[in-house]
Ligand binder design. Sequence first.
Ligand code: ZN
Ligand code: ZN
Length: 141
Amino acid sequence: MEHQLIFVFHCPFCNWSITLPRHSPLGTYGGHEYRSSALWPITFLCAARQQASECSSEIVQSEQLQPHVEIETPAALWQIVGACGQENCRGRSAVYTWYLSHASGDAVVNLALKLNPRIRCSGSHDLTWQTKNMEATKFDF
Ligand SMILES: [Zn+2]
Ligand SMILES: [Zn+2]
């Protein structure tokens, strides 16, 4: 009997299980291996605890897909990309969060602005989040 695997990682703050999409810019899977992309390590923003942390792809683990449990959770993995607001800086960075799948992109951008996650910019400073030049993208399972 063949077991179908899904790949997840656990939030470093609240231990919530984050299901990775089968195909996303973060990586792909189809068999028994998660092929992570060069976007890792990622900065994960916990909406519940309002904290952010860098996560390496080494924390990704496989889990048995429970065929009788609905995969359609009302939450999804979101990517929020922002351009640094500091003068003469062209840095762009992304954070990832687990949030309502039916939320609007604007709501997710506002969440990130409110929580203001600290993230290293390309220079020697932290990224300055700003309302303009921010974009939230949902990664569907
Ligand atoms: Zn969390
Ligand atoms: Zn910058």
